[in-house]
Structure formats: C-alpha cells, structure tokens
Design a protein around this ligand. Structure first.
Ligand code: PXP
Length: 250
C-alpha cells in the first residue's frame, strides 16, 4: 500500500488577497500569492495542489490557474462546477485532474456532494470531453451506494468522498454512523476500481478518524492547513499534516 497522498487546497490564500484586492487585481501589492504558496507546499512534500474556480470568482481567479498550470511540478487538481463556461476554461488550461463539485453561489463552501445520478446526462458529456483532453476525472460525492454506482456509470476515474458530515459528527462526538457510511462507500468504490479520495472539513484533529476509512489514495485539505499556516507558516503546516497521514494502513 502506497502512502496516503496530500493535495493542498489553496483557495483561501486567494480569499485573503481578494478581501482587499478584488477590485485591483493588477496592483503590485496584491498579496498573498497562491502560486507562491503552491510552490512552498510542494517543497514541503505535498503531492498535489488543488484549487476551486467558482462561478463568482470569490477566491481563485482565472489568472491564478493559468500561472499554477505553468509552475506546478506535482499535479494540478481543478475543482469546478459543471457549467459550460468553467468546462471551457478547464479545457483550455488542461489540469492533470478535475474534480466535479456542485456549485451553489450562496453557500459558504461546498455543502453536499454532487448528485451524479440526477445529473447523469449533463455530467456524461463533460466527463467525455475531459477524458478526450487527457484529464483524469473525479466526482465529489456523498458516501452513498447510489452515488458510487452513478460515478461508475459515468466512467469516472476517481470519487472524492465528502467527509464534511464526518468532520461535524466528530465535533459532536457522534461519528460512528457516518464513519460506517464512508467505510462502505470506500469499499464499494474500490470494488469497482475507482480511485478513492476524500475531502472536506479534514483537520489536524479529526484526521485520526480518516485512518479508519479503507482504500484511500488521496486527501484534499484546504481550510485547516491555511488556518494553521497563519501560525506556523505553510512549510510546517504541510509537514505537520503529512506526519499525521503517515502510517495509514488502507
Ligand atoms: N474537496 C472538495 C471537493 C471541496 O469542495 C473542498 C472545499 O473547497 C475541499 C476538498 C477542501 O475542504 P476544506 O477546505 O474543508 O479542507
């Protein structure tokens, strides 16, 4: 079993920049630069960089992704909603991987998984176009049997299991039921030869629970690492998370 891999989501580095410079993108003072942070994360051992291009461009901008595409030496995972404009953008940038997520403008973050059963028809064309461009496709889904089967039906390469509920349940100390759902979903996905990733709400404390989910290949973690980096810097924040991911038994 290979070591569990870490994709660092750098959206909230851009959130800090946009808080002040959204209307002055060309200012020489527009900082912090998510591209510079991506390089630090890679040097600290991250296996990939993840960024979410939202329709409202609230954090990551098109230009960030163009620059990330040129500078990343690990791999670029673009999280995105399945809208024509964003899909066209992805096909111009050609990230290594795309993770399709639901996109609702009003939500603070991605609240639930993508319903890959209800949206099979629209997703099918997008998965095919991305595959034709050589992009590996992940679907961000709730840990539910029908959604795993839906991902298989779409010919996805990977699923990213939504761990947000587990993270909330952990805080309330009622995690057992959600953990069981994640375990079953991971086993089902693995049986269908899907790569199994996980993401959302994972932090330095609840990562202990993630070790109880089998077959995981990669975690995508954003907010907790950015928050920790405020205190210790990105290099240490990434190294600390990698240390907590070590000895994953699969
Ligand atoms: N994975 C997906 C699909 C997401 O939408 C997000 C949030 O953008 C993350 C992972 C990272 O979540 P967090 O910032 O809570 O670590």
């Amino acid at each position: 079993m290979n070591a569990l891999r870490l994709g660092v989501n750098i959206d909230h580095v851009a959130t800090v920049r946009q808080a002040r410079y959204a209307t002055m993108p060309d200012s020489k003072n527009a900082e912090p630069d998510p591209v510079a942070v991506a390089g630090i994360c890679e040097r600290a051992g991250a296996h990939g960089i993840t960024a979410h291009l939202r329709a409202d461009r609230r954090h990551i901008q098109d230009r960030d992704l163009q620059r990330l595409r040129e500078s990343i030496i690990t791999k670029l995972n673009l999280e995105m909603g399945n809208t024509p404009e964003i899909v066209d953008f992805a096909l111009r940038i050609v990230p290594d991987e795309v993770c399709l997520v639901p996109e609702k403008r009003e939500e603070v973050t991605t609240e639930g998984g993508l319903d890959v059963v209800a949206h099979h028809k629209e997703l099918s064309g997008t998965v095919k176009r991305l595959h034709a461009a050589g992009v590996r496709v992940s679907l961000f889904v709730d840990p539910v049997r029908e959604q795993i089967d839906g991902a298989v039906a779409l010919g996805a390469d990977m699923v990213e299991l939504h761990t947000g509920k587990l993270a909330n349940a952990f805080t309330e100390k009622i995690e057992q039921q959600e953990l069981e759902r994640l375990r079953e979903a991971a086993m089902r996905a693995r049986n269908f030869d899907l790569q199994v990733n996980a993401g959302h709400g994972i932090n330095y404390r609840n990562i202990a629970l993630i070790h109880k989910i089998p077959h995981l290949v990669e975690l995508n973690i954003g907010h907790a690492i950015v928050a920790r980096a405020i205190f210790v810097g990105f290099e240490t924040a990434v190294r600390e998370m990698l240390a907590l991911m070590k000895n994953y038994r699969g």
